[in-house]
Design a protein around this ligand. Structure first.
Ligand code: DP6
Length: 327
């Protein structure tokens, strides 16, 4: 038993994960594709300690109890079952991006927790298996384990629904310029959202076309074809938000500034900037652009009174163990 620290970047999905065929195992109804967000990471230390009676969890220096601790402890149960021991753990995690800035932190957090937890026990698990373990904590966390551009497969078994890299970070020089329009914590989180996806009449249609969009997006990335990429990424985000808005009860994540920025991005593209938008379960707008146009996009966003903050992320690496000590 020992201690290990791991770092994992957040990621932004280009083809979205929304809805599970099995909520318990987080087996998604459709495959998804994302890019790791270099420099926006969670750093997590796991210490397995035979002297502990319970798990404990501190996030950004603050001791957590209730739901936050429970979700971490449930994930430690997954690791304990896989690694074959019952020892409790101390978990300390910190995000380097502004907390509450609306950047999905569960993906980075559960990827780092899975990788650090295995390393602290001295276990050498394959990357593929680590993606399935991370998935059980948060679906999108499976995509923060491999490097760069990552695809995560939909399957009806735990082993089959894994993620793998389809391109190193250097493969395509695109940038995520994130327009933060609200720092408020979202009212309805993704886990509850996934469960409500099927209450929308539109989810069936979204899922029916997801395989084709996945293939188009994948090929556009491989071809570095920004025009095709922009179309399919915006379309997929719009479809997911249409499902959200037509779920019962409805989920509206957009705020007026969200829509204004989406419209501006389409306008800028018509003027020749290579930029498109995508949104997760929140109002902040991820403006994906080619490196050459990133500065102009970021300047325009900063000039808008709707925008509270702008974060910029390049394609990032996969989860990595930074220190390990096993007595
Ligand atoms: C809209 O992975 O956060 O960001 O598995 O319940 O933790 P849980 O959900 P989560 O869902 C992410 C949803 C999304 C789209 C995406 O990242 O693919």
């Amino acid at each position: 038993m020992g201690t290990a620290t791991a770092r994992a970047n957040a990621n932004i999905a280009f083809i979205k994960y929304w809805g599970n065929q099995n909520d318990q195992l987080r087996l998604p109804v459709n495959p998804s594709i994302s890019m790791n967000l270099g420099g926006l990471y969670a750093e997590t230390t796991v210490t397995w300690d035979g002297a502990l009676n319970t798990d404990s969890f501190a996030l950004n220096g603050k001791e957590e109890s209730g739901g936050g601790l429970e979700r971490v402890s449930t994930h430690l149960d997954v690791l304990r079952a896989r690694l074959g021991f019952a020892t409790r753990a101390r978990v300390e995690s910190a995000n380097n991006f502004p907390t509450g800035a609306g950047i999905a932190s569960s993906a980075a957090a559960f990827a780092a927790l899975s990788v650090a937890g295995a390393a602290a026990a001295g276990a050498q698990l394959s990357e593929r298996e680590l993606t399935t373990i991370a998935r059980l904590g948060s679906g999108s966390a499976s995509r923060s384990v491999p490097t760069g551009f990552v695809e995560w497969y939909a399957a009806d078994t735990h082993e089959g629904s894994f993620a793998q890299s389809m391109g190193a970070p250097e493969y395509w020089d695109i940038v995520d310029v994130i327009a933060v329009v609200s720092k408020k914590h979202k009212d309805v989180g993704s886990s509850a959202g996934h469960k409500s996806a099927n209450t929308s009449d539109l989810q069936g249609a979204r899922v029916a076309g997801a395989g084709e969009r996945f293939a188009i997006c994948r090929q556009a990335i491989l071809d570095r074809d920004f025009a095709t990429f922009a179309q399919v990424v915006e379309h997929d985000s719009n479809l997911m938000h249409a499902v959200m808005m037509t779920s019962r009860p409805p989920l509206f994540y957009w705020l007026p500034p969200t829509l204004a920025i989406m419209e501006a991005v389409r306008q800028w593209r018509a003027e020749g900037l290579r930029v498109c938008y995508t949104l997760d379960a929140g109002p902040n707008v991820h403006c994906i652009c080619v490196r050459e146009d990133a500065q102009r996009v970021s300047d325009r966003l900063r000039a808008s009174s709707d925008v509270l903050d702008v974060l910029v992320a390049s394609p990032g690496a996969g989860a990595q163990v930074t220190t390990v000590s096993i007595p």
